[in-house]
Structures are given as structure tokens and as C-alpha cells.
Design a protein around this ligand. Structure first.
Ligand code: HEM
Ligand code: HEM
Length: 172
């Protein structure tokens, strides 16, 4: 269950691969909104965007806590670059849903996910800075996340052919 110096444990691997699948779905829903507006493709993917985004943020909180608890046990990073890359992935995976939620809150509308009310909504003017922060950065940073993931996967594949094959640490 716990991580050790040679490999990530069950919980870390479940979080990594489970969230990887959810993030791919999340980016597909974002792409459906951008490229296939008002089509059956958007109607299929887009409704899950906000609930899944909130779920991903909740999972990120657990993942950060789990990483902190395991920090001294985890396999060590193969370079400063890989360590910075992983920290950046963490930061972006928190910032993107937080920006989405900021805009949602600032709109003053009631917000419910999975039948649970997160914001009650409010009367009066929208909160402009929250709306602007979300509108200016949420989508852009979301696409930057896609680029980071492509880079991350490319590095994992590249390292497979060297003595620094890190895939078994996360996979087996
Ligand atoms: C949405 C997609 C993905 C995200 C956000 C992601 C994120 C991360 C993060 C943050 C870590 C650091 C360990 C941790 O805290 O869990 C990590 C490790 C790792 N990831 Fe991913 N990952 C993704 C997909 C993939 C895929 C598709 C592969 C395989 C081709 C992969 C291979 C690895 C490997 C091998 C490690 C261990 C690296 C090491 O110990 O140096 N990841 N990933
Ligand atoms: C990890 C979680 C999330 C990721 C990766 C993500 C990613 C994205 C991306 C890439 C876009 C741009 C789509 C386009 O170019 O049209 C987008 C748009 C959007 N997202 Fe998210 N999102 C996440 C969470 C959330 C959350 C939690 C909310 C709200 C509660 C939200 C609400 C929206 C809305 C309303 C749009 C359309 C407006 C816009 O383009 O800014 N997202 N998201």
C-alpha cells in the first residue's frame, strides 16, 4: 500500500492511473466544447465537465496529502527536471479546477454537483475579478496541462530505453 524507494505503492498507482483516465476524459470534454459546439459530441461529453472537474480537485487534495505522507519513502526523482515537472503537474492540476470554481462562484449562481450543493448563489452583481480570473486563465491553463502531459508521457517512453526506466516504478 505504501510507497517505497523502489516503487510507488498501490494507493499512489491507483491515484496516478485512475486520475490519468479521468483527466483524459476531462480534456475530451473540453475539446468537445471548443471544437464541436452544439453537436452530439458536445452533448455527450460536456455535461460531465464541471462535476468531473470538482471530483478531480477533491482527488488532488487526497493525492497531495498522500504524496506528503510518503515523501521520504517514494522513489527518488531521476533529475531536478523530472521533479520540477511533477510539481508543476500538481500545481496546474489544482489551479485549473480552482479557477473554474472561482468563476462559477463569482457568477452568483447556485452550484450543485452529484446532488450536493457547493455554492448557494447570491443576489446582486457578479464578482468581476473572479469571473475574469476564470475566463482569462482556466481554459488556457487547461490546455497547458495537456502539453505538460504530452511531455510527461514522452519522457516516460524515452526513459524506457535507458537504464533509467521508471515505468515499472509506477506500473508494476
Ligand atoms: C493525465 C495524465 C498523467 C498525469 C497528470 C501524470 C502525473 C504524474 C505525476 C504527478 C507523477 C509523480 C508521481 C505522483 O505524484 O503520482 C507521475 C509519475 C509517473 N508517471 Fe505520470 N501522469 C500521467 C500519465 C502518465 C502516462 C500515460 C504514463 C506512461 C506512459 C506515465 C508515467 C509515469 C511514470 C513512469 C511515473 C514515475 C516517474 C518517476 O518515478 O520518476 N504517466 N505522473
Ligand atoms: C482538472 C479539472 C479541469 C480541467 C483539466 C479543465 C479544462 C478545461 C479546458 C481545457 C477548457 C477550455 C475549453 C475551450 O477551449 O473551449 C475548459 C473550459 C471550461 N471549464 Fe474546465 N477544466 C477543469 C475543471 C473545471 C471546473 C471545476 C469547472 C467549473 C466548476 C470548469 C468549468 C469550465 C467552463 C464553464 C468552461 C468553458 C468556458 C471556458 O472556456 O473557460 N472546469 N476547461
Amino acid at each position: 500500500m505504501w510507497d517505497n524507494n523502489e516503487k510507488y505503492g498501490l494507493i499512489s498507482r491507483l491515484l496516478h492511473w485512475g486520475m490519468a483516465l479521468l483527466i483524459v476524459w476531462q480534456l475530451l470534454s473540453a475539446a468537445s466544447h471548443n471544437f464541436f459546439e452544439d453537436t452530439a459530441i458536445e452533448a455527450f461529453f460536456w455535461p460531465s465537465h464541471k462535476p468531473l472537474g470538482v471530483l478531480l480537485l477533491a482527488l488532488m487534495v487526497l493525492r497531495v496529502l498522500w504524496a506528503l505522507i510518503n515523501v521520504s519513502r517514494r522513489p527518488s526523482s531521476i533529475s531536478l527536471f523530472s521533479k520540477l515537472g511533477h510539481v508543476t503537474l500538481y500545481l496546474v492540476l489544482i489551479a485549473v479546477p480552482v479557477l473554474g470554481l472561482l468563476r462559477q462562484y463569482g457568477s452568483g449562481r447556485t452550484f450543485e454537483v452529484f446532488g450536493i450543493q457547493l455554492f448557494a448563489g447570491f443576489e446582486g452583481d457578479k464578482i468581476k475579478w473572479m469571473m475574469d480570473a476564470g475566463s482569462d486563465f482556466h481554459g488556457e491553463l487547461g490546455w497547458a496541462l495537456l502539453l505538460l502531459i504530452v511531455g510527461h508521457v514522452a519522457m516516460a517512453i524515452k526513459h524506457r530505453k535507458t537504464e533509467q526506466n521508471v515505468l515499472p516504478r509506477m506500473w508494476q
